[in-house]
Write a protein that binds this ligand. Structure first.
Ligand code: IMP
Length: 216
């Protein structure tokens, strides 16, 4: 069956969300509401967490979605996200969480980005400070077929970190079109820019298009 035909059959069915993170589960449940699917958490099914060995966000998202789809016999959705800094060739990228170390010390991870940019340009203020938060969603079926959708928000890095909201790299990221860091915004304000919301919107658009052409 083609991917388009599969997308056209998603609505109203069951969909595994391959995340063990309750915060993400809530966020995706809200974003996916228009699809009218019954979401099943990977954790509820006791599915294993595969090693994220991919070289990019899409590869890691596919690894997670395929593992969940194969183990559950249902379509499964997984995401992978992180910060890509232009002058660092996309780093930390898929290593965004790892740069914070086992203690999840993001002050250290942000400092590492600052130091790398400062080292390249002589000082941070003179560096190319462009960056983007990227989220790739992979939707996979039990036979291993998979399709990906990307959402990204472009912005600029600032130093020192500002704001107490958000998480991860939010205190050093100012999205294009605003002067505040993500950590200086409320959750609702940040959500308007969200790379996760944009990736879900791309998925929803593909489903709507597949449904519209299903009768062709
Ligand atoms: P994962 O997709 O759960 O593996 O997340 C990867 C890492 O990217 C997280 O640990 C965060 O540090 C970073 N990240 C992803 N999205 C955001 C965001 O919206 N704000 C700040 N950091 C983020």
């Amino acid at each position: 069956m083609t991917v388009r035909a599969r997308l056209a059959r998603l609505r109203g069915g069951r969909l595994v969300l391959a995340t063990h993170n309750p915060g993400k589960l809530r966020e995706f449940a809200a974003l996916l509401r228009p699809l009218d699917v019954e979401l099943v958490a990977a954790g509820e099914l006791g599915l294993p967490e595969p090693a994220e060995t991919g070289r990019d966000f899409a590869a890691n998202a596919r690894i997670k979605a395929r593992a969940a789809a194969r183990a559950s016999g249902l379509p499964a959705l997984a995401d992978d996200s992180g910060l890509a800094v232009t002058a660092l060739d996309g780093a930390p990228g898929v290593h965004s969480a790892r740069w914070a170390g086992p203690a999840r010390d993001f002050a250290r991870a942000m400092r590492r980005i600052h130091d790398a940019l400062a080292a390249r340009a002589g000082r941070f203020a003179d560096a190319d400070r462009r960056a983007a938060f990227v989220c790739v969603l992979a939707l996979a079926w039990p036979d291993g077929r998979a399709v990906t959708f990307e959402g990204r928000v472009a912005g600029e890095l600032v130093w020192p970190p500002r704001g107490r909201g958000g998480f991860g790299y939010d205190p050093v990221f100012v999205p294009c079109g605003d002067a505040r860091t993500f950590a200086e915004m409320s959750a609702e304000e940040k959500a308007r820019f969200s790379h996760r919301a944009k990736a879900v919107e791309a998925l929803l658009e593909a489903v709507r298009e597949a449904e519209a052409r299903a009768g062709d």
